[in-house]
Design a protein around this ligand. Structure first.
Ligand SMILES: Nc1ncnc2c1ncn2[C@@H]1O[C@H](COP(=O)(O)OP(=O)(O)OP(=O)(O)O)[C@@H](O)[C@H]1O
Length: 364
């Protein structure tokens, strides 16, 4: 065993894959995969059917062997870590298929303590306490005495999350946790994962078929492409229309909007005619923009103030600076608003005599 395999690197991220390549036979399934995740981040893995999401998850967890490259937990190669130690840091949540187990929910969650309980030992009070805590966190305490075969799919998914949490992991790995659930239960499962990561300071990696879910809860995204490479980065940067089209081979329209100050996005796969029609909707999308204003006529200042006041609910930052040598003022306004509002404000500013205004839009 080399020193590199055993010693944790200082400040190593919680989990990392470097240069991961895998094939079942001749052709590559995954090619040069790189990503890392730290606490309390959520990373979503997305890609079309057959893109390699499940395979990636297996390689990450050491259930399949990378052909090239490796996975690292706190800087240590995963294959050099003993299984019991690995599974006490990593909680795996499989897809919730209807359970036929004759276990109660409480017993099922207690099974999550296996990595902490010796081979022939019985669970101790400490284990029962951890299982109770995990059920509370996942919001399934009330189901404790019910049989797993007699609860709903959404409830069972939360039970599986509780079972993984019972081991008190630092990283949760979830395989399509919201598939097979109705949208109320999808929301419940996703917000449970998001809250857990924030409150417990743990990280999560999850496969999903829903880019909207990734945009909603993930800080990072890994998008698997048909050519077997991947795009990795912040969810906001990776999940744009161009990249989603590359991954899913269909045009995509992303509609961004705000409710109660929180940003949301809805994503629509569109074909030719629909694509043209969505162009009109762009006017209602919210964007972040900076409007740079040069005021050469001192009398215009008051009119500008009045106008900016009308848009105050959208203005998130404002800065003004006189440049006395030339007797002008420079104002910078940052605005988070629907496109139509931004262009209207920018247009009105440009109409004032002695005022020049230029708008720069963010890519998001
Ligand atoms: N055991 C196997 N032997 C050979 N090829 C396999 C095996 N498992 C999967 N594959 C192939 O590897 C590729 C990736 O499969 P994988 O199941 O990882 O994709 P996925 O992104 O999870 O798909 P889906 O979204 O449909 O679940 C596919 O082309 C699949 O046919």
């Amino acid at each position: 065993m080399t020193a590199e395999n055993t010693a944790a690197e200082p400040m190593a991220p919680l989990f990392e894959v470097r240069g991961g390549c895998f094939s079942y036979g001749d052709g590559d399934v995954l090619c040069d995969i790189n990503f890392c995740v730290g606490e309390p981040d959520i990373l979503c893995v997305l890609g079309a059917n057959g893109a390699g999401k499940t395979t990636l998850l297996k390689c990450m967890l050491g259930l399949q062997k990378w052909k090239r490259g490796a996975s690292y937990l706190r800087g240590r190669r995963v294959e050099s870590i003993r299984a019991k130690e690995f599974w006490s840091s990593v909680g795996y949540v499989p897809q919730a298929k209807l359970s036929s187990f004759a276990y109660t929910v409480g017993e099922m969650v207690l099974l999550g303590r296996n990595s902490h309980i010796g081979g022939l030992s019985m669970p101790k009070e400490r284990d029962r306490e951890a299982a109770r805590g995990a059920m509370e966190l996942a919001g399934v305490s009330d189901l404790s005495g019910r049989l797993c075969s007699r609860i709903s799919g959404g409830e069972y998914q939360l039970v599986l999350i509780a079972r993984a949490l019972a081991a008190e992991p630092r990283l949760l790995v979830l395989d399509e946790p919201e598939s097979n659930l109705d949208f109320k239960n999808q929301k419940r499962v996703l917000s449970t994962i998001s809250t857990l990561c924030k409150e417990r300071g743990i990280a999560a990696i999850l496969n999903t078929h829903y880019p909207e879910h990734a945009m909603d809860i993930a800080q990072r995204a890994l998008l698997l492409l048909p050519d077997r490479s991947a795009i990795y980065g912040s969810a906001a940067n990776v999940l744009n229309e161009e990249n989603l089209k590359r991954a899913f081979e269909i045009d995509v329209y992303i509609h961004r909007f705000k409710i109660g100050g929180r940003a949301y996005a809805s994503i629509l796969p569109v074909d030719g005619e629909e694509k043209r029609q969505t162009e009109r909707l762009r006017e209602m999308e919210t964007r972040i923009a900076q409007i740079g204003i040069i005021v050469e006529d001192p009398d215009a200042a008051e009119k500008i103030n009045k106008l900016l006041h009308e848009y105050s609910e959208f203005i998130i930052g404002r800065m003004g600076m006189p440049y006395r040598e030339r007797n002008i003022s420079i104002i910078s306004v940052i605005i988070d608003a629907p496109n139509e509002k931004i262009s209207a404000l920018s247009g009105k500013l440009g109409m004032f005599p002695g005022v020049s205004a230029k708008t720069v839009y963010s890519k998001l």
